[in-house]
Write a protein that binds this ligand. Structure first.
Ligand code: BES
Ligand code: ZN
Ligand code: ZN
Length: 502
């Protein structure tokens, strides 16, 4: 799909469809909508007077202009009530419009990238939100469909038309940013959507390497021997049940400027989580291909950060392995030597994410980071606690958590904090080792976080449990059913704002 920004008047623009917007319950039309109404000889007013369209949130009304305007159709979209309106609803509205037109077979449409005269949101934020909404809403995963490919409907061109000459260069920047971020979300979604036999740790390392080479990043992939030599006993134990060799993927974005802050992003990448010998029930086990959603988002984040040329030093660590049962698999009761030097008693081989993250967290301290952010589909309990739409946040640093909250508000990726009080650590005490990997059923998400905290040391750190939002069970505005790419927009926003307030 191509997004083309141009100066002009929407009502004079020839197009398959023009999208116009309206707030619920208002009689006054928005500027562009009014211009379209006038140019079409009152077709919009007519629909409104008929009572068929009230401007409710995401409500569509399709009008055929029959030659009254250069555009063949006008799609009128409801924005809901003005007082409830915010940027995320805007992303949702344009996404719904784009999907509506795509499903009708429309391949090209036009719209103004912002609501002129609506001052709560800047034209740049409107434009970025609009382009993200369109891209993210139109995402489809068709990699493995070989039949009837001609029936796949796709939008080819979107024209952003604005009369505002002065603003156009700023809007162009916002559009570029949105395209970079959306491409990174697409990358994460594609990786999460792919089944485990098409994204083994080696394949994932290959993708990471390509991302690195295409974006001038440094990269390194540690193989099993190198991990052994380093002493990554926790990661290696998880990998021991599989014939696929584990990979520890390192991507580094380092602009030439000296003295930049170092931020480490760590992503859990279990390319398939069967639970290992603590085998999961077979119902829904296929979904455990998404247990690398943290790693996928991390690759997306470095790609976007480098393309946005952010002024910081970013290190991405992606421990990647399968978690399978076999004669060589690690067992409940085993005691592991982790990279940190701490010994870990394995209670369940299904609590494997925290094991691979323990080694990655220990490794991350070599870079002396200003912040460590980990993204992980860590606990089913997080879905029970917060539901499918919300990321669980835990951490040891108030300022870093505040940065995450701010990025969450800006991007609409919902985050809610859970406490990491010391008492929870009691649940992880082992009689035979330094720590055990499961703390029982109470507060399952928090004890996951408390386990990780033991491997962080003194560095500012935040843990994001994305078990809920990594996968959408149903279509949502700008998030089609399936892999969501959660975490990419959140962390990129945090990194874009890094300098602000530090
Ligand atoms: N990958 C799972 C967590 C998960 C479950 C993510 C469902 C998304 C949907 C993780 O490795 C796991 O199995 N965790 C266990 C931990 C338990 C053994 C302490 C869980 O949540 O049951
Ligand atoms: Zn597991
Ligand atoms: Zn897992």
């Amino acid at each position: 799909m191509k997004v083309i920004l141009q100066r002009g008047r929407l009502e004079a623009f020839p197009s398959e469809a023009v999208v116009a917007f309206h707030f619920e319950g208002e009689t006054k039309l928005l500027r562009e909508t009014k211009a379209m109404d006038k140019a079409s000889g009152g077709l919009i007013s007519e629909v409104m007077q008929s009572g068929d369209f009230r401007g409710e949130l995401y409500q569509p009304a399709l009008i055929y202009t029959k030659g009254a305007t250069p555009a063949k159709r006008i799609l009128l979209m409801g924005l809901g009530k003005r007082r409830d309106f915010h940027l995320d609803k805007w992303r949702g509205t344009v996404s719904e419009a784009a999907r509506f037109l795509r499903d009708k077979g429309v391949r090209e449409f036009s719209l103004c990238p912002y609501l002129r005269g609506e001052r709560k949101i800047s034209p740049e934020d409107f434009s970025q939100g609009l382009v993200e909404g369109i891209y993210l809403g139109l995402y489809q995963f068709n990699e493995f469909k070989t039949e009837e490919r001609e029936k796949i409907k796709e939008v080819e061109k979107v024209h952003l038309v604005t009369p505002d000459e002065e603003r156009i260069s700023h809007i162009k920047k916002a559009v570029d940013v949105a395209e970079i971020i959306s491409r990174a979300v697409y990358l994460a979604r594609d990786l999460v959507s792919r089944p485990a036999n098409r994204k083994t740790p080696s394949m994932l390392a290959q993708v990471a390497k390509e991302v690195a080479e295409n974006n001038g990043l440094r990269w390194k992939v540690l193989n099993m021997e190198e991990m052994k030599a380093l002493g990554m006993g926790a990661l290696l134990a998880v990998a021991s049940g599989s014939h696929e060799s584990p990979k520890f993927i390192i991507l580094e974005y380092k602009p030439p400027k000296r003295g930049l802050d170092t931020v480490v992003v760590i992503g859990k990448a279990i390319t398939f989580d069967s639970g290992g010998l603590s085998l999961k029930p077979s119902e829904n086990m296929d979904k455990m291909k998404h247990d690398m959603g943290g790693g996928a988002a991390t690759i997306g984040v470095v790609q976007a950060a480098s393309q946005l040329k952010l002024p910081l030093h970013l290190v991405a660590l992606i421990p990647a392995t399968e978690n399978l049962p076999s004669g060589s698999a690690y067992r409940p009761g085993d005691i592991l030597n982790s990279l940190s030097g701490k010994t870990i008693e394995v209670i369940s081989t299904d609590a494997e994410g925290r094991l691979i993250l323990a080694d990655a967290l220990a490794y991350s301290q070599r870079t002396k980071p200003k912040a460590i952010i980990d993204l992980a589909t860590l606990t089913g309990a997080c879905i029970i606690a917060l539901g499918e739409n919300v990321t669980g946040m835990m951490g040891n640093d108030e300022e870093l958590k505040a940065r995450v909250r701010k990025a969450a508000n800006r991007t609409g990726e919902k985050v809610w904090e859970l406490p990491l009080w010391e008492e929870y650590e009691e649940q992880l005490k082992s009689e035979v080792a330094d720590i055990k990997n499961v703390g029982g059923r109470p507060a399952g998400t928090i004890t996951g976080g408390a386990f990780l905290k033991k491997f962080v040391g003194e560095y500012p750190w935040v843990h994001l449990d994305i078990a809920g939002p990594v996968w959408a069970g149903k279509d949502k505005p700008y998030i089609p059913k399936g892999a969501t790419g959660v975490g990419v927009r959140l962390v990129v926003q945090l990194l874009r704002d890094w300098k602000v307030g530090s």
